[in-house]
Ligand binder design. Structure first.
Ligand code: FAD
Length: 385
């Protein structure tokens, strides 16, 4: 067993690290507090130019074709500097991957180069609705075929990057009488389509520079050819794609955790109380030891899931385990890191309170921790049946 990175993987990781630390880290606090959209979009454009918006997309369509391990490594590096940028990058990669996996040749050639090159600032993944979060099979958005066009009606909630997205992957009910999850199809909808509107961005606790909007479809007419993949088979597509996305969220959680604890480790070697550095107290050392152990375990779970995905092996259980573990642990690690800095950890002059806010959502989006446990248990029980 060789856990070391290949030369190419290490090189792209370093590229991500260099970009993150030189371009993103210096402005992350500013983006969090004032949401300078022009600056945020310019960072996304640079990321696309470096190949980070289509890491797992074939070179044929303008992607970097670098694999799932590199995707995980790159998201972690970007998240160490700016979690908002990392989530936008993660979802855009996910949109590219789903198009590559199920779209037809015409659709792939039309949309993937724009997504990978940054011509589209981002891609939108429209699954969740106000009444269908953990249970997306209960969605109500409908698509009805009428005179050579699909007519979409309904609303998708909490859509990452919606107001920046050039293309949306949208799930809608095409057979309302079918059993649960069997009458849902997947569509490609361009951002400027009449009948599609985007509500004002939500005011969130963390990852504030990344926008999250409602996407409303009101008699939104799209061509018949906008169907992506097979009719009524869209739910399976969503579930498969979410498994890959969970590697992204877990990797993002790992990045925030590393940034938080690295910052606090530095601090405890400087801060003096009771006449010595607080790093000399064994109680402090144990906090560091536990936090780094949790993050190392997260990293190994993520690498295992990413490696399985890259080798086209089943990886859904592993991705859920990695996402569950990394996202729960990052919240604990941020708590510890903030505690290690005492009152300074709570003050906005330092980045610890931002890390703690940014970490919180990772155990919620792309399936809550409870849903990950359901997936893991289902896979475990399947193995003995
Ligand atoms: C910032 C942000 C960005 C997002 N981005 C996107 C996006 O780009 N695209 C998209 O489609 N969605 C997106 N989402 C939606 C996100 O994936 C959902 O919020 C998430 O899946 C949870 O759904 P919910 O909010 O409806 O919670 P609910 O499903 O209402 O869950 C509420 C609570 O009940 C628990 N629960 C539910 N069912 C069970 C069960 N069977 N057993 C035990 N506990 C259960 C949940 O774990 C949770 O604790 C985003 C959300 C946020 C906040």
């Amino acid at each position: 067993m060789d856990l070391s990175l290949t030369e190419d993987q290490a090189m792209i990781q370093q590229m991500a690290q260099k970009f993150a630390q030189s371009e993103l880290a210096p402005v992350a606090q500013k983006l969090d507090s004032c949401g300078d959209r022009a600056l945020f979009l310019s960072n996304l454009k640079q990321l696309a130019e470096l190949g980070f918006m289509g890491l797992n997309v074939s070179e044929q369509y303008g992607g970097a074709q670098a694999g799932s391990v590199v995707f995980s490594l790159a998201i972690t590096e970007i998240a160490k500097a700016c979690a908002s940028t990392a989530v936008t990058m993660s979802v855009t990669n996910m949109v590219g991957e789903v198009i590559q996996a199920v779209a037809n040749q015409v659709q792939k050639e039309k949309y993937l180069p724009k997504l990978c090159s940054g011509e589209y600032a981002a891609g939108g993944f429209c699954l969740t609705e106000s009444g269908a979060g953990s249970d997306p099979s209960s969605m109500k958005t409908s698509a009805v075929l009428n005179d050579g066009h699909w007519i979409l009606n309904g609303a998708k909630q909490f859509i990452t990057s919606a107001e920046f997205a050039g293309i949306f992957v949208v799930w809608a009910v095409t057979d309302p009488l079918a059993p649960r999850g069997k009458g849902i199809s997947c569509f490609l909808v361009e951002a400027n389509t009449p009948g599609l509107s985007i509500s004002a961005a939500e005011d969130k606790m963390g990852q504030k520079a990344s926008v999250t909007n409602e996407v409303v479809f009101n008699d939104c007419r799209i061509p018949q050819g906008a169907l992506m993949g097979e009719l009524n088979q869209g739910f399976k597509v969503a579930m498969t794609e979410l498994a890959g996305g969970r590697i992204g969220v877990g990797s993002l959680a790992l990045g925030i955790g590393l940034a938080a604890i690295d910052y606090a480790r530095e601090y405890v070697t400087q801060r003096q109380q009771f006449g010595k550095k607080i790093a000399d107290f064994q109680g402090i050392q144990w906090m560091l030891a536990d936090a780094y152990t949790d993050l190392e375990a997260s990293r190994l779970l993520l690498m295992n899931a990413a490696d399985k995905k890259e080798r086209a092996l089943p990886f859904s259980k592993e991705a859920s385990m990695a996402k569950l573990f990394a996202s729960e642990k990052v919240n604990k690690v941020c708590y510890t890191a903030l505690q290690l800095m005492g009152g300074a950890g709570y003050i906005k002059e330092y980045p610890l309170e931002r890390f703690a806010r940014d970490a919180r959502i990772t155990s919620i989006y792309e399936g809550t921790s409870e849903i990950q446990r359901i997936i893991i248990a289902r896979e475990l029980l399947k193995e003995i049946n």
